[in-house]
Design a binder for this molecule. Structure first.
Ligand SMILES: NC(=O)c1ccc[n+]([C@@H]2O[C@H](COP(=O)([O-])OP(=O)(O)OC[C@H]3O[C@@H](n4cnc5c(N)ncnc54)[C@H](O)[C@@H]3O)[C@@H](O)[C@H]2O)c1
Length: 285
């Protein structure tokens, strides 16, 4: 991927997938954006256009860079066509181990043998996803942060079978995207979710116990600790369903009470209050 601009296929065009497509295209890669739902691809493309135009307005991106990036992104609904010439496939679908394993088994059968297969999972063990593959050495975690075009970090998660060549190729792609990589061994929640989720879940328990309002709990972290955004608002941005799935995985994998999902989180997810994307979470959007 160093000498020529390769093809990056992004599977899943939701909150994360469209952002990953955007930064890949801006870095010069040809991007295939795939989703089961064609409306998600259309919406993802619309969000990319609007992000890039916002970037132009703020002087962060030139009009030529915006137009070039948009011209490199193609929505490809057929999975085979999306991956059959890919150098790198980044998966950003629902946080569910069996669904991800099933998808990667299909992708491995369709993609070139030389392609790198990456998951954007926030919490699932990369090694467990890799058990679906005949060649697990191609599998790695590329954990981007939300919103992808703003956040500088990418956790590069290596499982014991990931080859060094695959790790090095991914580090190069991440740097080319203008992001800062950290290499993390495959352990539950990696370095970021394992720490960040503790704060979010404890903030929910404090809200349940009436310690303070959502606004004031968030303010405590923003003004008291200089966090750019409070833990409850961050949960709204991430998606409460996504956070619940991550908490359940960490609770299962690590044990103890730390990651046990609070009732308030389960109840809000059950009633469809999934955060910003649903218009309602801990806040009304
Ligand atoms: N939301 C965040 O802040 C965040 C941050 C880092 C990592 N992640 C991880 O990224 C992944 C995606 O999260 P998201 O928030 O973007 O979810 P999302 O619900 O916004 O988007 C998921 C997309 O995947 C599509 N999809 C589902 N199954 C598919 C399949 N088999 N093939 C193709 N498309 C499929 C859905 O139609 C949807 O468009 C999850 O693993 C999540 O844990 C999320």
């Amino acid at each position: 991927m160093s000498e020529r601009r390769g093809i990056v296929t992004v599977v899943g065009a939701g909150t994360m997938g469209h952002g990953i497509a955007q930064v890949a295209a801006l870095a010069g890669y040809q991007v295939h954006l795939n989703d089961l739902d064609s409306e998600q691809v259309v919406a993802g493309r619309g969000a990319i256009e609007s992000n890039l135009s916002g970037g132009v307005d703020r002087g962060k991106v030139s009009p030529e860079e915006r137009d070039g990036a948009l011209s490199r992104i193609r929505g490809v609904l057929d999975l085979e066509e999306a991956v059959d010439s890919a150098d790198l496939v980044v998966e950003a679908i629902v946080e569910n181990l069996e669904i991800k394993r099933g998808l990667f088994a299909k992708i491995e059968a369709l993609a070139p043998e030389s392609s790198v297969l990456a998951s954007n999972t926030s919490s699932l063990p990369i090694g467990k996803i890799a058990t679906a593959l005949r060649h697990p050495e191609r599998m790695i975690g590329m954990h981007f942060f939300n919103p992808v075009h703003i956040m500088a970090l990418v956790e590069v998660v290596v499982h014991p079978g990931t080859s060094e060549a695959v790790r090095d190729r991914v580090l190069e792609v991440v740097r080319r995207m203008g992001k800062e990589p950290i290499v993390v061994q495959d352990s539950p929640g990696f370095a970021s979710s394992r720490l960040g989720v503790v704060l979010g879940l404890e903030a929910m328990r404090m809200l349940e116990q009436g310690v303070a309002s959502a606004e004031d709990i968030d303010k405590a972290m923003v003004l008291g600790y200089r966090h750019p955004v409070g833990p409850l608002k961050l949960t709204d941005l991430v998606g409460l369903d996504v956070r619940l799935a991550v908490a359940e995985t960490l609770h299962r994998e690590i044990g103890g009470a730390t990651y046990e999902p609070p009732e308030i989180l389960r109840n809000k997810v059950a009633s469809g209050h999934l955060g910003k994307k649903a218009g309602q979470g801990f806040y009304t959007w």
